[in-house]
Design a protein around this ligand. Structure first.
Ligand code: MOS
Length: 737
């Protein structure tokens, strides 16, 4: 089953509308509806809130502001990861960013809550906010730590000397805009009080984080918080933690003793869930005439909210990508009074590779060398900064395979030299690299007396296919047909996982499930072989084979017994085993090896010679991700990532009004993401593989790799088509005119 293109087991539920999302539970009693009121200034202080009119409005049950909000826990920075910390709201009169919640209005219907919210009258004194980003800002500072616990700066050799001495140099600055995760399902929550407990239906990527964070904020015992999130309509990082809608719904439900629903509007998603910070990235590359890099520097400045520090790891994979004796990477933060930075779709690599892989293309052009050849000449033999071997690096295989499939030999060697009618045509490519992460994850596998396998973990399926791949792994592990395996996910009380994020979910949960299956097979064999009435009695379990719902041991005469029968005889209540995967920091493979996934992106664009309209014509990605659990769901993730990459190159950009600190294009009509017409032909190919250092399945992360480098391939194709290099992303028409 592992490696088969199995259809999504949850597909029928989803297409028939029977998959229930957080806002859609109607059996929790009559809920009240909460409407979040946001600050209309970007920096300053509330001087007065007139709540009387709102409170008197029809159907209103409560107006919660900083003046009457229950006492909340504080963000505890000693908790290692942000998503597990308390997330207090309505903390006082000070306003830290435009749209920050100043009140929750709760009423009997959504319309009443919204109408009453309009009656709320908030007076402010407006402070002097800083909203405009500049890389060389005097106040730019060194973050405490870079996202994922990485060092802020690294240095190897003598960069300045190496850079000066080289024959060919590139020294350029690239900028990327504010970007939002933008899942299809808005952030939504229904909180139902049950006695002392709260049942929290929320759209969340990590159940354990949601439970811990809600409990810490409400100062409750975690076991009193019951997270329910069996289906999640996309996360892209913005649902790694919970946000104001969840905390406010929980606070209101507790005060009122009734279920309360709160959903963010699409506009509020541009204020309340965090975004990828804007970046300015200086990339310096130096090489000899032979194309061999002698020096690499990647210096990144991004914005942060001063009270909620977040440093995206934008230069981190530059540390592992190419060989060069002299190297520098750094991260700096410019404090701005904007919503906090957050993890958004391949945090780090997505903006970082946009810059670095553009710069490598510039170097190839300066050298007069094919950009694939430049990359191959700089292939390292060991991780150049950590000085440890790679676990399983197939970047060159991806580059070569992709070049062949794409027809790279047809690329015009000279920019702006290929014309088809009005269209200037160009080819571009880029390398892809992404870190692979492992987090503590437990999965329980049970065999029921009727021969059914049950998989239980608080892992989530954010649309990626978790239900399906866990079905495959356990069907394989126990020798059951897929329709005899049931997967339970997405609620607290199930064995704890690290959830879905960072593309770690599949490898973590499936490796833990495989381990649980191995332990359960042992238990079954011990029970059967030790049972005088079993046909397997006394046989050597080493020769056992699990298949078709039975266990068979070959010998002089083959013998077999149905799994259900073994369970029914020995443990009629079911037999179970738990498998666990530990934190990468405690796993020697992660210190002894450099573990990444790789890929190569290819893009062809047409640019209208008169209007500069850019049309993407085709994209190809070739990827190496270790073992593929399900090529169908993996491909869907990769092409999704590639399309996000195309969006980052050409369309996606949230624009700040530097007077007010408000994002001005706060909806999907103005914040552009690629639609079908923008993306005519995308192909993702996955090389066969197995990374024995990653885990016992040999599988690594998939989804976010698709975005890594995809945008640079498009940008490099635009250069090849036009001879114009745009370094300020996205590449919109006016920048080419
Ligand atoms: Mo992903 S941005 O780590 O959910």
């Amino acid at each position: 089953m592992i490696g088969q293109p199995v259809n999504r087991v949850d597909g029928p539920l989803k297409v028939s509308g029977r998959a229930t999302y957080a806002y859609e539970y109607w059996d929790a009693g009559q809920p009240l509806y909460g409407c979040i009121v946001g600050a209309t200034i970007g920096k300053g202080r509330i001087t007065r809130i007139h709540t009387e009119n709102a409170e008197r409005a029809q159907g209103v049950r409560m107006v919660m502001t900083h003046q009457n909000v229950p006492v909340q826990g504080v963000r505890d920075e000693s908790v290692q990861f942000e998503y597990w910390r308390a997330q207090p709201v309505l903390t006082g009169p000070d306003i830290h960013y435009h749209g920050e919640p100043v009140a929750l209005v709760v009423a009997a219907t959504f319309e009443q809550a919204r109408a009453a919210a309009d009656l709320l009258d908030v007076e402010y004194t407006v402070g002097r906010g800083r909203f405009a980003f500049a890389a060389d800002d005097d106040e730019a500072y060194i973050p405490k730590v870079v996202n994922a616990g990485l060092p802020t700066d690294t240095a190897v050799g003598d960069f300045e000397a190496g850079f000066r001495a080289a024959a060919v140099r590139v020294d350029q600055r690239y900028t990327t805009p504010y970007e939002f995760s933008m899942p299809m399902e808005p952030h939504a929550c229904l909180v139902e009080p049950r006695g002392e407990d709260l049942v929290v239906h929320v759209s969340s990527q990590i159940v354990d984080a949601a439970q811990t964070s809600v409990a810490a904020t409400l100062r409750m015992a975690p076991e009193r918080i019951h997270i329910v999130t069996p289906f999640v309509g996309g996360g892209f990082g913005s649902k790694l933690g919970v946000h104001a809608e969840t905390i406010l719904a929980a606070l209101a439900a507790r005060v009122l003793g009734q279920p309360v629903k709160v959903a963010l509007t699409r506009q509020q998603i541009f204020q309340l869930v965090g975004m990828r910070p804007t970046s300015s990235q200086r990339v310096r590359l130096a090489a000899g005439r032979d194309g061999k890099l002698t020096a690499i520097a990647h210096d990144v400045t991004m914005h942060t909210n001063p009270d909620l520090e977040f440093a995206e790891q934008t230069a981190a994979t530059t540390r592992s990508l190419y060989a060069a004796p002299h190297r520098l990477t750094s991260h700096r933060l410019t404090p701005l009074d904007l919503p906090r930075g957050a993890d958004v779709r391949a945090p780090g690599e997505a903006p970082g590779l946009l810059a670095v892989e553009s710069a490598v293309d510039e170097l190839a052009h300066a050298l007069g060398m094919d950009p694939i050849e430049v990359r191959i000449r700089n292939e390292p033999t060991v991780d150049p900064e950590r000085d440890v071997p790679y676990s399983d690096r197939h970047l060159v295989d991806c580059l070569r395979d992709g070049a062949r499939r794409f027809g790279w030999e047809h690329r015009p060697a000279t920019p702006a030299s290929l014309r088809e009618g009005r269209w200037l045509v160009g080819y571009g490519m880029s390398a892809a690299i992404r870190g692979h992460f492992q987090g503590p994850t437990a999965v329980q596998v049970r065999l029921e007396a009727d021969g059914t396998g049950v998989v239980r973990t608080d892992m989530t399926d954010i649309g990626t296919g978790t239900y399906t791949i866990l079905t495959q792994v356990v069907a394989d592990g126990l020798g059951l047909p897929a329709d005899r395996v049931r997967v339970e996910l997405g609620r607290s009380g199930l064995p704890t996982s690290w959830g879905s994020g960072g593309s770690w979910g599949a490898a973590n949960s499936c490796a833990a499930a495989a381990r649980a299956c191995a332990a359960l097979r042992e238990k079954v064999l011990v029970a059967a072989c030790g049972d005088a009435d079993s046909p397997l009695h006394g046989r050597d379990p080493a020769g056992a084979h699990f298949g078709d719902g039975s266990v068979r041991i070959d010998g002089a005469e083959g013998a077999s017994q149905a799994l259900g029968e073994i369970v029914a005889r020995h443990h009629p209540e079911g037999m179970e085993a738990q498998g666990e995967i530990r934190f990468m920091g405690d796993d020697p493979n992660y210190s002894d090896y450099s573990i990444h996934t790789y890929g190569a992106h290819f893009a062809e664009v047409g640019v209208d010679a008169d209007t500069a309209e850019i049309r993407l014509r085709r994209m190809l990605g070739v990827f190496s991700v270790g073992r593929v659990l399900n090529p169908k769901t993996a491909r869907s993730q990769l092409i999704g990532g590639m399309i996000w990459g195309a969006g980052a190159a050409l369309e996606e950009e949230a624009v700040v009004d530097s007077r007010s600190g408000a994002f001005v294009n706060r909806d999907l009509a103005q914040y552009l993401v690629p639609v079908h017409a923008d993306v005519p032909d995308v192909e993702a190919v996955i090389l066969d593989g197995y990374d024995d250092k990653a885990n016992l399945l040999g599988a690594k992360g998939v989804g976010e790799l698709g975005i890594c480098g995809a945008g640079a391939a498009v940008a490099n194709a635009v250069f090849n088509a036009t001879g114009l290099r745009v370094r300020d992303f996205p590449i919109t028409i006016e920048k080419l005119l």
